[in-house]
Write a protein that binds this ligand. Structure first.
Ligand SMILES: [Zn+2]
Ligand SMILES: [Zn+2]
Length: 275
């Protein structure tokens, strides 16, 4: 990086190559937020998703004794759950867009974060859990133990989408036959109590997963589609379609719904302006 003029009072300076940190530190190869609450919540997310799959098999699909039915629905749920957990891992271990931290700024220096010394472009906020300023920060989510920002937003959207779809699948599997039987007056009360308890637990996990993840997905999509800041320098020009492409990738492709594909380099990435 270009040399920083020694007279500059903290924060960053604009050089010929753009923003240069006052005291550049090597970016960590793996991003991980050492937050106890986040680690507990993120582990609980994995535990609940895995137990959802195990209970679906042991308490619903295998007792049905219909190999084709069990194979189709077992595969479908585990595909959705695997995509959800892969998206979760990508969300958690991807740098959400942390701006380089600098030396504590001199008081009153405009555009400089008073906590980490980063120069903040519009939309960036300081997160007290991550202890960094995050580009296009949406919120810090303990369930993925990370901020949801510009660089991991796609993975968070996919995590909520696949979690909600998997949970909806379980809810439909559990409720449709029961509703049918109830409508016919054939509700079977002879099922062992232990099985009923595990089915009730499975139903509650799926219901919570569907409501919570579905709500988060809806909030994210609304926020993405109506984001007026998506096109730097062209306020008011951003369409919902442009906004969607800014998060998922430049053109529609299967990579849009793959947690294994990054959204790709964007013009918007990196510091954009000094206020
Ligand atoms: Zn900051
Ligand atoms: Zn954060």
């Amino acid at each position: 990086p270009p040399a920083v003029p020694p007279h500059h009072p903290g924060c960053y300076t604009l050089g010929p190559a753009g923003l240069a940190p006052r005291s550049p530190a090597a970016a960590p190869r793996v991003w991980f937020v050492p937050d106890a609450l986040g680690i507990v919540c993120a582990s609980a997310t994995w535990a609940l998703t895995l137990s959802e799959g195990a209970l679906l098999l042991s308490a619903w699909l295998l007792p049905a004794q219909q190999p084709a039915y069990s194979a189709v629905h077992g595969s479908l749920f585990h595909l959705l759950a695997s995509l959800a957990l892969a998206s979760h891992a990508r969300t958690m271990f991807t740098d959400p867009g942390a701006l380089p931290a600098g030396a504590p700024p001199a008081p009153g220096l405009a555009g400089c974060c008073p906590l980490c010394g980063a120069v903040r472009p519009p939309g960036a906020h300081h997160c007290r859990v991550c202890q960094r300023c995050i580009r296009r920060a949406h919120h810090h989510c303990p369930w993925v133990n990370n901020c949801v920002g510009e660089d991991n937003r796609k993975f968070f959207v996919l995590f909520t989408l696949y979690t909600a779809l998997g949970a909806l699948h379980v809810l439909l599997l559990l409720s449709v036959p029961a509703l049918r039987a109830y409508a016919r007056g054939e509700w079977d009360l002879r099922t062992p109590v232990r099985l009923q308890a595990s089915l009730l637990f499975l139903f509650m996990v799926a219901l919570n997963g569907f409501l919570f993840a579905g709500l988060m997905f809806t909030i994210q999509m609304h926020s993405i589609l109506t984001d007026p800041q998506s096109q730097p320098g062209e306020p008011g020009q951003a369409s919902a379609w442009t906004n969607l492409k800014a998060v998922l990738g430049p053109r529609p492709s299967p990579a849009w719904i793959s947690p294994f594909a990054s959204a790709g380099p964007r013009a918007a990435s990196g510091p954009q302006a000094v206020v």
